[in-house]
Design a protein around this ligand. Structure first.
Ligand code: BV8
Length: 246
């Protein structure tokens, strides 16, 4: 195993629901996770939105209200990634599957929300993208074009194309280190990133997770434990490694 990363190198970090769990947000596939309470086919597909828009809006309204009312805070896992972005001489990009705002609150600036953002909605009619903190209802009018029934959560549902895929693959091509944190490896294309960096070239890959993911054997290095512990430890090792190199 060679984890000597060029200090000017690019680090791409994929995060999933596990990194936000210790901030009080549910994962999807853990015991008592979101998909044990609601069928994803009923709330996270474009077909569900056509069939029962109210049910889909209510599902995302409740999750948005949790962010606005309970104000979950970044945990030491998120904070460690902000410290990495601030102190790493090269490029650090967070590619998150999460629709929460905890990486922003922690202080990261270079973030791609590949599955969208809970605090944004968009208009299917005029295509405007809006910051949205309230509930969204089937008769809510778009503040820009005033059409009703056209606003939807800015979320990538199953069967839709994730956001900024070109930017993501460009960064993966450049990556010297790929870190996957708190994701079960069930959902593609994110689950395929580890294979992509392997095929592209000389990139060290690491999984930090509570339990081994579906693709665990594909990683060069695996470290298991809660994100609030393993992520800060891993980041501190990386930063002290580059200090020792200079
Ligand atoms: C697409 C909405 C084409 C947001 C979500 C058959 C085979 C292969 C693929 C497919 C197939 N049929 C269909 C597909 C494609 C499909 C797919 O992958 N389906 C799977 C289910 C088979 N994918 C798509 O449709 C995607 N689009 O493929 O388009 C394309 C692509 C590229 C280029 C051109 C065309 C769209 C996917 C969009 C998914 N949207 N939801 C929301 O409501 O939040 S998915 C949902 O799962 C969430 O968004 C979440 O981000 C995502 C991933 O889940 P995880 O984050 O991994 O969470 P999970 O609960 O599973 O795991 C938690 C992990 O945390 C565990 O490992 C656990 O051990 C760990 N953990 C727990 N506690 C801690 C912890 N770790 C550390 N510390 C802790 N304390």
């Amino acid at each position: 195993m060679n984890r000597r990363i060029d200090p000017d190198g690019t680090i791409v970090i994929l995060t999933g629901a596990g990194i936000s769990r210790e901030s009080g947000l549910d994962t999807f596939r853990c015991k008592d996770g979101i998909w044990s309470k609601v069928d994803l086919e009923d709330v996270a597909t474009p077909e569900a939105f056509v069939r029962n828009p109210k049910m889909v809006q209510d599902f995302y309204n409740a999750r948005r209200a949790q962010l606005v009312d309970e104000k979950p805070q970044p945990n030491p896992g998120h904070l460690a990634l902000a410290k990495l972005e601030k102190n790493w001489p090269g490029r650090v990009l967070i590619v998150t599957q999460n629709i929460d705002n905890l990486h922003e609150l922690a202080g990261n600036e270079n973030i791609i929300h590949m599955h969208g953002e809970l605090m944004k909605v968009r208009c299917n009619h005029c295509k405007t993208l809006l910051i949205w903190e309230k509930g969204l209802h089937i008769d809510t009018a778009c503040p820009d074009c005033h059409s009703t029934g056209s606003l939807r959560p800015h979320i990538v549902w199953f069967g839709e194309i994730p956001l900024q895929m070109e930017d993501i693959y460009e960064a993966l091509e450049d990556a010297d280190l790929f870190i996957s944190i708190g994701t079960s490896g069930n959902v593609y294309p994110a689950a395929g990133f580890v294979q992509a960096v392997k095929q592209i070239g000389d990139c060290h890959s690491v999984e930090l997770n509570l339990d081994p993911s579906n693709g665990a054997t594909l990683f060069d290095e695996t470290i298991y434990g809660p994100a609030s512990e393993v992520v800060p430890e891993f980041v501190d090792t990386l930063l002290s490694d580059i200090k020792n190199q200079t």
